[in-house]
Write a protein that binds this ligand. Structure first.
Ligand code: ATP
Ligand code: MG
Length: 302
């Protein structure tokens, strides 16, 4: 399959999960266990497709880097154990590390709390020609901070600015920020890995039972499970308010890791494929320079 065909196929495959207008979005409509038209027996084939996708991504990224015009921001949000780390590892596995940077956002530090909430994220925005990956992001500001208001208190905001409207204002600011970025050549794709409570339990138990996975478990993750419904609401509101054409959300079923990974890979291929990525061509003057350099080398004695 040539690259053009693959890009078209990736677009078709990932588009059912894309939300560009959140007005009527309902999380309940998306089944975390969905595997599209595929069947469980297609798993090995999906693995092969992922490899093909990864190779295509490497080629597209090489052009992105050479062209040095666009930057790509891929942002991941999810409940614990939904598979963010695995998706980032597998989908980006073929990419030249020089053209890619990952930033993970944890509980903000004292220094970060002394600034506006976008400050720490802005520092990690990708340069032109690069792919930037946000493992969690400024969206935590309308997720964990909304579910646990004590985080908001720590932000030292002036009292008149903290009220019921704060979440709507944050959505508005985030939309404006993303529009600003897209107008500056940053292509944004946002992924919510949608895992079920049942599957999260299974994965937590696996982390507890398998010594090689023990390190991944934290008691705090178990506490967050008690807020499942509140998080669901926060995710739904967030997607409703911030899914736009220029910065769409992908709501990716995440109970089957192999399926999650091919949807994300397809969406990233679709995004890169939507840009006219070409290797820069060399002008007349530079061509003459190249010819002169070739001649010099040819005439060298050794
Ligand atoms: P892992 O898969 O390794 O568990 P993780 O992304 O869950 O990765 P952790 O260090 O376990 O990383 O958790 C980071 C924590 O930081 C999350 O609970 C997240 O909600 C929290 N966090 C991120 N941003 C903010 C923020 N702005 N305010 C408060 N908490 C935040
Ligand atoms: Mg965690």
């Amino acid at each position: 399959m040539n690259l053009k065909e693959l890009i078209r196929k990736a677009g078709r495959f990932s588009s059912p999960y894309r939300v560009t207008d959140g007005k009527n979005f309902r999380l309940a409509k998306i089944d975390p266990d969905d595997i599209g038209d595929l069947k469980a027996k297609d798993k090995p084939r999906a693995r092969e497709a992922l490899q093909t996708g990864v190779a295509a991504l490497a080629e597209l990224q090489d052009r992105l880097y050479a062209q040095d015009r666009w930057a790509i921001l891929l942002l991941f949000q999810a409940m614990d154990a939904a598979g963010k780390d695995g998706v980032i590892k597998h989908v980006m596995s073929g990419i030249n590390p020089q053209g890619c940077q990952v930033a993970s956002f944890k509980t903000p530090s004292a220094e970060e709390l002394d600034h506006d909430y976008l400050w720490r994220c802005q520092k990690f925005l990708p340069e032109r020609g690069r792919i930037g990956i946000f493992n969690r992001s400024y969206y935590e500001e309308v997720l964990v901070v909304r579910v646990h208001p004590e985080f908001l208190q720590k932000q030292k905001l002036p009292a008149p600015l903290v009220g019921d409207k704060i979440w709507d204002r944050r959505y508005e600011d985030i939309r404006s920020f993303e529009r600003y970025l897209s107008r500056n050549g940053v292509l944004i794709r946002k992924f919510f890995l949608h895992v079920s409570k049942k599957e999260q339990k299974r994965r937590f138990l696996e982390r507890l039972e398998n010594p090689a996975k023990n390190w991944k478990f934290s008691a705090a993750d178990l506490r967050e499970r008690n807020y499942w419904e509140k998080y669901r609401e926060a995710y739904e509101d967030m997607i409703c308010a911030t899914a736009t054409k220029e910065a769409p959300w992908y709501v990716v079923p995440a109970d089957n890791k192999w399926f999650t990974r091919i949807v994300v890979a397809a969406a990233v291929i679709d995004a890169l494929g939507s840009l006219d990525l070409k290797y820069p061509t060399v002008g007349k003057e530079q061509q003459a320079e190249l010819a002169a350099a070739k001649k010099t080398l040819a005439e060298e004695k050794e």
